[in-house]
Design a protein around this ligand. Structure first.
Ligand SMILES: *[C@@H]1O[C@H](CO)[C@@H](O)[C@H](O)[C@H]1NC(C)=O
Ligand SMILES: CC(=O)N[C@H]1CO[C@H](CO)[C@@H](O)[C@@H]1O
Length: 334
């Protein structure tokens, strides 16, 4: 398939590819992000691949027992036309970010029908590409009723700490148009990035947010506001964002303080992981009890970016799935 498109990967088999991209030992966020260079040039610009990945993503989540998922991506990083600075050293082609969003929406919808779960998407601005952000918010507006629920700001916080004016304008527009907002912040960057995300960009959820704990005043304020933290335990270990010792993980502080937070996978492909692995880690190494999982799953859903009429209906379903999952001992084996 890869050869058909005239593109090459540096390997011959899936196993070899896995070896190249899977992160097994703690590294840095920068080295983790470099893994995308190994394969994104093959997927970006390919209509069939993009739609198929979206559909199969829903299939994977359904198999994990998830019934509602929000998945995030950068439309620009999958396009090869109509983008300032075409990514991954691709030749100019004819797939625009707008069409990427339509393809992903189609793939997710097909997956929803086939696997009977709900899948929504969040479009990412990239810290190092402020010139894309205006497009991103426009795409969020355009596809608001077709599966896109929010805007995000992603990328390497360790290289690009402060939000650029173009990111700020995009987030202002999102606020103005009622687009939900989340921002990767305090993953490897300092607490000041979290402060900016919340105070300037008006984020309603903070992606990761571990380093919020370094600023006690900010942390207390966010606790009081019930700010939501999207934590990703396995990811945080492998990107070096947190200490590899899970028993001292910031998520434990969030748990003890009854913060508003969720457990998420981040990049299951590169971490060779899934949601059960994150829940299991929390159970085995962070002292999470069944009570806490129940509280999490219930508050998770109130933090989803679905309209509230849909989300109250979902609440029962999520609890139902939680019970099934715990009975089948997937999360709690050993
Ligand atoms: C948690 O945060 C989300 C996202 O901002 C918010 O919608 C939800 O109401 C919060 N939950 C609680 C219990 O405050
Ligand atoms: C803990 C928590 O936030 N629970 C909420 C989950 O969502 C339902 C329905 O929206 C609310 O009634 C709960 O208070």
């Amino acid at each position: 398939y890869v050869r058909m498109r005239g593109k090459t990967l540096p390997v011959n088999t899936v196993e070899e590819m896995k070896k190249r991209i899977i992160v097994e030992k703690p590294g840095t966020l920068t080295s983790f992000l470099e893994k995308f260079n190994e394969y994104m040039h093959v997927i970006a610009g390919d209509r069939e691949a993009i739609k198929r990945i979206a559909r199969e993503f829903v299939e994977d989540k359904a198999k994990e027992g998830v019934i509602y998922v929000e998945v995030r991506y950068s439309p620009h990083l999958l396009a090869n036309s109509g983008v300032k600075e075409i990514p991954w050293n691709q030749e100019e082609g004819d797939l625009s970010p707008d069409e990427v969003v339509r393809l992903v929406n189609e793939g997710l919808s097909e997956g929803e029908r086939e696997f009977k779960i709900k899948a929504r998407s969040i479009l990412c601005c990239m810290r190092h590409m402020p010139s894309w952000s205006k497009d991103v918010v426009e795409l969020c507006k355009k596809y608001k009723d077709e599966g896109v629920v929010a805007i995000d700001l992603a990328g390497d916080e360790s290289l690009n700490c402060e939000a650029n004016p173009e990111h700020m304008e995009a987030y202002e527009e999102a606020v103005r148009c009622g687009i939900h907002r989340t921002v990767h912040a305090g993953e490897v960057g300092p607490a000041s990035v979290v402060k900016e995300a919340v105070e300037v960009l008006k984020a309603e959820r903070v992606g990761h947010g571990y380093r919020t704990l370094e600023d006690d005043d900010l942390y207390k304020k966010l606790l009081a506001q019930n700010m939501h933290f999207e934590t990703c335990p396995i990811s945080s270990k492998l990107t070096g964002a947190c200490n590899a010792d899970f028993t001292t993980h910031p998520v434990i502080t969030f748990m003890k303080d009854k913060a508003n937070y969720s457990l998420n996978t981040d990049d299951p492909l590169i971490f060779n992981s899934n949601l059960h692995h994150d829940y299991q880690t929390a159970h085995q190494h962070m002292g999470f009890t069944e009570e806490e999982f129940k509280r999490l799953v219930r508050s998770n859903h109130s933090a989803s970016f679905l309209p509230s009429s849909i989300s109250s209906h979902q609440s029962l379903l999520i609890q139902d799935i939680y019970c099934k999952t715990s009975k089948c001992k997937l999360c709690f084996k050993d």
